[in-house]
Design a protein around this ligand. Structure first.
Ligand code: COA
Length: 163
């Protein structure tokens, strides 16, 4: 797995995508609490940030973390486990840029594909994932414990070179 993100180098005022570190935890937790009705606990993020198989990317504008993507590899499938952009910074392509960076990195190594779960009511996220080639493959009934909402399962095949 590569350690730098080509095409995402820093320049004045321009956003940077980089790997998250434990120093980002307070900013991550603040965005998470503002975003989700079932926010991940600080310790869950802490353990993902120190897990070698996980991919944890941050979107930074003028030195401030405004979004993140957390993914983990299970056997031969990448699982996008968390994606969030702070409310004030949405609809400026941060989410798309994080996904592009994620695919830049994960497509380098062979695997079966990518999966994720998303609330069936979350039309903006579903639209975003569809625009990246994810398709709905099923539903997990009552997946979310706050309101027993169903989760849509989405899947995208690996598009890398299998030769
Ligand atoms: C989903 C989320 C990460 C998208 O981040 P973002 O930076 O706002 O998304 P982008 O600006 O990159 O949007 C890319 C595309 O996604 C779709 N999209 C994003 N937000 C949308 C909205 N509110 N309504 C409709 N489509 C939307 C559009 O197709 C958009 O393209 P366009 O702006 O050219 O029309 C962000 O809305 C968020 O943090 N939501 C709350 C957390 C969440 O739902 N995470 C996903 C859990 S699985």
């Amino acid at each position: 797995m590569i350690e730098s993100l080509p095409g995402h180098t820093s320049a004045d005022g321009l956003p940077v995508i980089r790997r998250l570190t434990v120093a980002d935890l307070p900013a991550i937790v603040a965005i998470e609490k503002d975003t989700f009705t079932l926010p991940w606990h600080h310790n869950v993020f802490a353990s993902m940030l120190t897990k070698s198989e996980a991919l944890c990317l941050g979107y930074v504008v003028n030195g401030r973390l405004t979004g993140y993507l957390i993914a983990d590899m299970f056997v031969d499938v990448w699982h996008i486990m968390n994606l969030a952009v702070s409310v004030a910074c949405r609809r400026r392509h941060a989410g798309s840029d994080l996904l592009e960076a994620y695919f830049e990195i994960t497509e380098l190594d062979g695997h079966r594909g990518h999966t994720l779960e998303v609330r069936v009511s979350n039309e903006s996220a579903i639209e975003l994932y569809r625009s990246f080639g994810f398709v709905a493959t099923g539903v997990r009934r009552g997946y979310y414990s706050d309101n027993r909402e169903d989760a849509l399962i989405m899947w995208k095949e690996w598009e890398g070179d299998s030769a």
